[in-house]
Design a protein around this ligand. Structure first.
Ligand code: F0G
Length: 463
């Protein structure tokens, strides 16, 4: 519903601009040359050569006037900074957890957490581990198990909560392996499954199973506010509740959480760990001091703590979340109308193009999703990210054949409060050109690649 008047259908940006940053323009010739030099890998393109950068929504948002003002108040004392106590109060009110440790970003929290809970022989279930989460679980020697609900596996099926945990599979795993499971995790929203939300019913279901087996339950709350907004708008019984109170309820069903504040913290750097259990406070605090910093700053400047305290309050403002969801939908619908298949329903932070359906003539071994991402850049200077065989495929050690990933997706993630509707319209126009002329999308081959996390550094060439 339009916040101004129900007669209007345009959801306008709920802010005006005070500082502007010019965006660069390049020619197609220049981009063709840049791509060649970058080995057709968009991670190798300098940001100053990207007109619309939808590589990630992480740390790329614009801070508000209140956040910038709060930064001047940053107390840079090494120990006991007042900025820490201000942020601690905000985190406690939001999550209800008595213990709070600031960290420099999400993966630092994961590193601490899995040094305490992980280890060889252990199993960590999650709806879907984000790749850094999985990497820290595995680095500790434990096994990361994804238990995504079955309805989420079809990109075209419409279901309001395609980020859910498969509760039957979790019950089954706990029944068989409970002795090896030190902790159950749930990622809200589910980034790896398309930014799809998790319902409160599902969070409650995970809670009940954790109670039955006496297991701690942690939320990866990087996008907790977007998740709460989807609960308000999609789950029966929540329409009259504030997003803030829904987020508070979700955290109170868990025993702890970690948050990459670069997303719904509305800051460019930061993260946090918060939890109930007194027993894990000391080991986590001691690792924090060793690896991040003293517990009242945890790898952040006092001014970062201040900006985060404000960001965690602003992010649950409903005008903001309504505009955010509307922007993602607007971009997604534009692509769809152009004839480009996208993951449905639209998630919280990004649109995901289904390159496998769009480009059936390009086999996974020729990287259709990367080919699409490269074409978006070449034709329109728009940067996105491949989530397909380049990222998740691997070479069969026996045959040397490329083993494809289950999906070929291209993620266009929207930085928070950065681009306007005209920027989004422009991206849709670029997509229309690709839809009209698929020959602009050229299959690729790998020229060189690292053995792990190859998508960051691989070099490719057109076939
Ligand atoms: N958990 C989730 C769900 C994430 O999406 C991310 C980061 C992290 C943890 C790690 O946090 O980057 O602060 O260390 N996601 C980014 C992305 C990188 O592009 O989706 P971090």
């Amino acid at each position: 519903m339009n916040p101004i008047d129900p007669r209007f259908k345009t959801i306008i940006e709920p802010f005006k601009l005070k500082i502007v940053e010019p965006i660069p323009f390049t020619t197609r010739e220049e981009r063709k040359d840049l791509l060649e030099r970058a080995g057709y890998n968009l991670f190798n393109i300098p940001a100053e050569k990207v007109t619309i950068d939808l590589l990630t929504d992480s740390g790329t948002g614009a801070m508000s006037v209140e956040q910038w003002a709060a930064m001047f108040r940053g107390d840079e004392s090494y120990a006991g900074a007042s900025s820490f106590y201000r942020l601690e109060k905000v985190v406690r009110d939001l999550t209800g957890f008595p213990h709070f440790l600031p960290v420099h970003q999400g993966r630092a929290a994961e590193k601490l957490l899995f040094q305490v809970f992980g280890g060889t022989g252990k199993i960590i279930p999650n709806n879907s581990h984000f790749d850094t989460t999985r990497a820290h679980v595995e680095f500790s020697g434990a096994e990361a198990v994804d238990l995504l609900a079955p309805e989420s596996k079809d990109t075209q099926v419409s279901h309001p909560f395609k980020g859910n945990m498969d509760l039957a599979a979790l019950a089954d795993l706990l029944a068989k392996e409970h002795a090896r499971i030190p902790l159950v995790c749930l990622t809200i929203t589910n980034n790896s499954a398309g930014g799809q939300p998790v319902s409160m019913a599902n969070i409650r279901g995970v809670r009940a199973l954790c109670d039955q087996y006496k297991k701690p339950f942690f939320l990866d709350g990087a996008r907790f506010a977007e998740n709460a907004y989807f609960i308000q708008t999609r789950e029966p019984g929540y329409a009259d509740r504030s997003v803030r109170s829904i987020a508070e309820e979700a955290f109170r069903l868990a025993d702890g959480c970690w948050i990459s504040a670069k997303k719904d913290g509305l800051v460019n750097i930061g993260g946090l760990l918060a939890f109930k259990d007194d027993g894990i406070y000391e080991p986590l605090r001691n690792l924090l001091i060793l690896q991040e910093g003293f517990p009242t700053y945890g790898g952040l400047a006092g001014r970062d703590l201040e900006a985060l305290a404000v960001g965690l309050m602003e992010v649950t403002q409903e005008d903001y979340l309504r505009y955010r969801a509307a922007t993602v939908q607007y971009l997604g619908r534009g692509f769809e109308a152009a004839g480009i298949p996208v993951l449905k329903p639209f998630g919280g932070h990004a649109v995901y193009v289904d390159a496998k359906s769009f480009l059936p003539h390009i086999p996974p071994q020729q990287f259709p999703a990367q080919a699409f991402a490269v074409a978006l850049y070449l034709e329109g200077a728009v940067r996105s990210v491949e989530i397909g065989t380049l990222m998740f495929g691997r070479k069969d050690p026996a045959t040397g054949q490329e083993l494809p990933a289950p999906r070929e997706l291209v993620r266009l993630a929207l930085p928070r409060r950065v681009y306007t509707q005209a920027h989004v319209d422009y991206c849709i126009e670029v997509a229309q050109i690709l839809a009209r002329d698929k020959h602009l999308i050229r299959p690729l081959k790998i020229v060189s690649a690292a053995p792990i996390l190859r998508h960051f550094t691989a070099r490719l060439a057109p076939l």
